[in-house]
Each structure stands twice: as structure tokens, then as C-alpha cells.
Write a protein that binds this ligand. Structure first.
Ligand SMILES: [Zn+2]
Length: 107
């Protein structure tokens, strides 16, 4: 018969081992996700440079690429496609523009 302390100790040790395995798994998954994210960012940056029209943001003057959005929530009332600014990194400039927030509504 094992003393109660030893049984509890074994259960705790088992839990720690399981948690540590799960943590290891998460770390691996995070590394994989980071790698995929960085590949996606490279692709987005390439694509934006290929199809975008170089220009500047009218609010903060940053270099951006204007990309035509054929579909999306921000179509003009006449149904015409709109253009959206993208950073050279491939991220939508409205997400990174330091001045976009104050101009987004009624800008
Ligand atoms: Zn800007």
C-alpha cells in the first residue's frame, strides 16, 4: 500500500508532466503559426506590390499601394469597386495609419 502523500505526489507529478507536454506542443504550434504568418506576410507584400498602384496616404503621407477591391463591404453607392491603401508589407493601411482613426468617419 502506498502512503497517501505518495499517491497525491504521483498524481501531481503526472499532471505536471502532462501540462509540460501540452506546453511543448503549444510552443511547437506557435512556432509553426509564426512561420506560416511570416510566409503569408511575404506573399501579401509581393501581391500588393504586383497589383497595387504606388501612391501615398492622404492623411499621414506614408508610401502605400492602392489596390482595387472588386468585392467587399465598402463599395461605392453606385456599385463601383473602391480602392484601398496597403502598406508595402501587405497589411491594409487603415489598420496601421496613425491618422486613419480620426478620418475614418466622414473623412
Ligand atoms: Zn496613413
Amino acid at each position: 500500500m502506498m502512503p497517501a502523500e505518495e499517491i497525491v505526489g504521483n498524481a501531481v507529478a503526472k499532471q505536471i508532466r502532462e501540462l509540460s507536454l501540452r506546453l511543448e506542443e503549444s510552443v511547437r504550434a506557435t512556432a509553426q503559426a509564426r512561420k506560416e504568418l511570416s510566409e503569408l506576410q511575404c506573399s501579401a507584400a509581393l501581391l500588393v506590390r504586383m497589383v497595387g498602384k504606388p501612391g501615398t496616404c492622404r492623411w499621414c503621407n506614408a508610401d502605400v499601394y492602392w489596390v482595387i477591391h472588386q468585392y467587399g463591404p465598402h463599395r461605392k453607392p453606385n456599385g463601383q469597386p473602391t480602392e484601398a491603401p496597403y502598406d508595402p508589407t501587405g497589411i491594409n493601411h487603415w489598420a496601421t495609419c496613425p491618422l486613419a482613426k480620426e478620418h475614418r468617419h466622414g473623412g
